[in-house]
Write a protein that binds this ligand. Structure first.
Ligand code: FCB
Length: 449
């Protein structure tokens, strides 16, 4: 008989989304321009030349999406707030229509018996703030403080879980150094400046939350992944893999949970000529305040080969020949177990929620009107087996959210990468739950498989 995988009572089975990727309505009702509006409107940035102007039109269709989520038995719906919908100019006047929209979404979720997990920042910075330096300007801490205070005061009564930031690694290293995400820069020192400012904003959001007296849980979502040496016998690859992991994982996990930046990485970077961020008195205390859960996004593993031509970390992540999804990310479920136990060992968070995991597949509607996506089912199935194994080994995982509820605008990949368990026809905006959605509904029902 096949082994039974039973999850802990009350396990939070969810789905995740993000404002710019699903909302569309990019300038409706007074919304300001965000950096993703600017980035996607600039020719050459998006692989398939699409934009998020309309995306899944969640702004007008949230009731339908939430009804589908209810039918599937989804317990938690994660979404993010668009900062430029609340502060069109980044600071100053609050746009009431923005507040009203998110109140309606939260009320609709509750009416349908679904909890709302709200990400405060999932990459759509007001362009007006980017024009003033964005994440590389320390003044952003004050702008963010004003923003979170409005959210707590105006939405706090309806939010079940708060997530301060989504993947600060992407907002900093990818946005300011590798350049594939908005704002699309290539400046390593500015990227580190952004890291520090993002973490200060996280700390500020936690401090203000505790002051607000609200009682829901607050945490952060970090993307992490294991880095293994490409050649397990090579000392050089092992060193390169270590640096890669220090930048991907420890650069964010250490300050938040241990109150320090990874010394080894900073010493190395300094030698490479990188200007390190200025750390002021009180910064590390602000960053390392107690949070209620660790939100983890993870999709793949890195297999790193030493390459001295790649400044500053001198490593490249190479393919290993494993199967890969349509995002060209290799499927390596063991990485989920290794990572969960690594996080548990190093940071001992009191609670962990997997706030994103999932697969992009080449889906279409077949002659019978169905979307059959066995690879996505297999991917989620395998990763959940590893989550279960980690829980059995003592890692306190309390929830799992599939990325994504529906197909959407996948950043620089535009509309061409489908991550949803619900198919979206972008011409008609028709939603069709895929086979994976029904399969996931079954798991939720049984609290396991
Ligand atoms: C994560 C992002 C999310 C989505 C998935 C595929 O890095 O947080 O918005 O794009 O990847």
């Amino acid at each position: 008989m096949a082994e039974q995988y039973q999850f802990p009572d009350g396990f939070d089975w969810g789905v995740a989304t993000a404002s710019y990727q699903i909302e569309g309505a990019w300038k409706a009702d007074g919304k300001g321009e965000g950096i993703w509006d600017r980035f996607s409107h600039t020719p050459g940035n998006i692989h398939d030349d699409t934009t998020g102007d309309e995306a899944c039109d969640f702004y007008h269709r949230y009731e339908e999406d939430i009804r589908i989520a209810k039918e599937l038995g989804i317990k938690v719906y994660r979404f993010s707030i668009s900062w430029p919908r609340i502060f069109p100019d980044g600071t100053g006047n609050v746009c009431e229509a923005g507040i009203e929209f998110y109140r309606r979404v939260l009320e609709c979720l509750h009416k349908n018996g679904i909890k709302g997990a709200v990400t405060i920042y999932h990459w759509d910075l007001p362009q007006k703030l980017q024009d003033r330096g964005g994440w590389a300007n320390r003044e952003i801490v004050g702008w963010f403080e004003d923003y979170v205070k409005v959210l707590y005061a105006r939405l706090g009564d309806l939010v079940d879980t708060w997530i301060t930031l989504n993947e600060p690694y992407c907002s900093s290293i990818l946005g300011y150094w590798l350049g594939g995400l908005a704002p699309g820069y290539h400046d390593y020192s500015a990227a580190l400046e952004a890291v520090h400012n993002l973490l200060l904003c996280h700390g500020t959001a936690v401090r203000e939350y505790r002051k607000s007296g609200l009682k829901a849980e607050i945490g952060i979502t970090l993307n992490m992944n294991m880095s293994y040496p490409f050649d397990p016998d090579s000392k050089e690859d092992a060193e390169a893999a270590k640096l890669n992991q220090l930048q991907a994982n420890n650069l964010f996990g250490d300050p938040i949970y241990l109150g320090t930046y990874p010394e080894e990485l900073f010493t190395y970077l300094k030698k490479k000529g990188v200007v390190l961020p200025e750390i002021k008195d009180g910064d590390m205390e602000l960053i390392s305040q107690k949070i209620d859960f660790f939100g983890l996004n993870t999709y793949f593993t890195d297999h790193v080969k030493k390459d001295p031509s790649v400044w500053p970390l001198e490593g490249v992540s190479l393919k290993t020949g494993r199967p890969h999804t349509d995002a060209d990310w290799e499927v390596n479920p063991q990485g989920m177990y290794d990572l969960l136990t690594w996080i548990h060992g190093r940071y001992k968070p009191q609670k962990l929620i997997i706030t994103e995991n999932g697969a992009a597949c080449n889906d279409w509607i077949n002659l019978e009107g169905k979307v059959e996506d066995p690879n996505r089912i297999d991917y989620i199935h395998r990763y959940l087996m590893e989550v279960h194994k980690a829980i059995k080994a003592g890692v306190p995982v309390a929830g799992y959210y599939v990325w994504c509820f529906c197909d959407n605008f996948e950043w620089a990949w535009g509309l061409s990468r489908r991550f949803g368990i619900v198919y979206v026809d972008y011409k008609t905006q028709k939603r069709t739950p895929k086979e994976s959605a029904y399969w996931y509904a079954g798991i939720i029902k049984q609290n396991g498989f």
